[in-house]
Ligand binder design. Structure first.
Ligand code: ZN
Length: 358
């Protein structure tokens, strides 16, 4: 995928702007500013979810494309007498990879750099191989004592790793917060293309970038209830299972670069899924398949049972090393995902209804 200069700088801003769950305001501002000139209207809500709208025909159905905008992180839980910060996780951050990492603490007075303390190999107790929990981890911000630390940060300040992103190859991008800042990029690009082809559209379009997915899909729940679209196509990241040490019998076979995945089962409406896979076939977009017996662990779980039910489908971006600062994705997959979302929305009829039973 070749990104235009404008697209690349938008992707870059999305990825480098911190957006941990509950603290998404700066990240959402980047997204809203990009969509405002394109959309007929951008709606926001009390907690910071944002939805761009293309109004085509008041009598037609409305389709919602959706991604969550929050990333995992940490938060300052306690400042001790020596000036060390004790932390709690935000979302599913993994304590086993946290030690010896540089972090940014995002306080009211600006960004403070810190490092998660790590005992030197020479001084480690070799008999103790117990993995670390978040309660065992502390951050050193160079403060001599509590007073000095409190002048720099406060309990409740959010924390992210200092990593941004790099390209491993021209196609493979690697960094922090691809889950799911890159989803905001995907729905924005699909929305932009749909706006350019508005005269071909038969349905109204909403692109929702929702807060608070990583702690339970709350932003998507609030906005779905309010907007009540007729059909929803959700995107998030999914585990690429093509690296060593992953049991594909247990977790399925998803390849990086193999195209977006489509989920079957549970929250995924059979007719929307069928429609989506037919669109992929028609447009020769390679897709991969996943099964979900209970929860998908995405915003789809929050959207589909809103009020009387919103027929929903989930199409995901394969991602290696999820919930780490080296999350890795393929731009080819990103491009195919945008193509699929665009083609799906353009395929819908003004009066299209998805009922499971005839
Ligand atoms: Zn996610």
């Amino acid at each position: 995928m070749t990104l235009s200069k404008d697209e690349f700088s938008f992707l870059e801003s999305l990825l480098i702007t911190p957006s941990p769950t509950g603290y998404e305001q700066a990240g959402q501002t980047v997204w809203v500013d990009y969509l405002k000139p394109i959309a007929d209207e951008v709606l926001t809500d009390a907690y910071g979810s944002a939805a761009a709208r293309l109004q085509v025909n008041p009598d037609a159905i409305t389709v919602m494309i959706e991604a969550h905008c929050d990333e995992i992180g940490m938060v300052v839980q306690h400042i001790d007498d020596q000036g060390f910060l004790w932390i709690q996780r935000i979302g599913g951050s993994d304590p086993t990879i946290a030690r010896a990492r540089k972090v940014f603490i995002h306080g009211e007075k600006g960004v403070v750099t810190g490092t998660i303390g790590h005992t030197a190999i020479h001084l480690q107790d070799r008999d103790n191989n117990k993995p670390f929990a978040w309660k065992d981890l502390f951050i050193d911000i160079g403060a001599a004592n509590r007073e000095e630390a409190e002048a720099m940060v406060r309990v409740g300040d959010p924390i992210t790793y200092s990593d941004d992103f790099d390209f491993l190859t021209e196609d493979m991008i690697c960094g922090r917060a691809l889950d799911n800042r890159i989803g905001g990029f995907v729905i924005a690009q699909a929305f932009k293309r749909l706006a350019e082809r508005k005269d071909e559209l038969r349905v109204n379009v909403l692109a929702l970038n929702a807060v608070q997915e990583e702690i339970g899909g709350f932003g998507a729940r609030m906005m779905s209830y309010r907007l009540m679209p007729d059909v929803a196509l959700v995107t998030d990241v999914t585990h690429a299972t093509d690296t060593p040490g992953i049991n594909q019998k247990e977790h399925g076979r998803i390849l990086l670069g193999g195209g977006p995945s489509v989920t079957h089962g549970s929250s995924s409406h059979p007719k929307v899924v069928k429609h989506l896979t037919d669109v992929a076939t028609k447009h020769e977009i390679a897709i991969q398949h996943e099964a979900s017996s209970v929860r998908t662990g995405t915003d789809t779980d929050s959207i589909y049972f809103t009020r009387q039910g919103i027929p929903s489908a989930l199409t995901s971006l394969p991602l290696r090393y999820m919930h780490s600062p080296v999350e890795t994705a393929s731009l080819k997959d990103v491009s195919k995902l945008i193509d699929l979302m665009e083609a799906f929305v353009l395929s819908l009829q003004a009066d299209q209804r998805f009922n499971a039973l005839p």
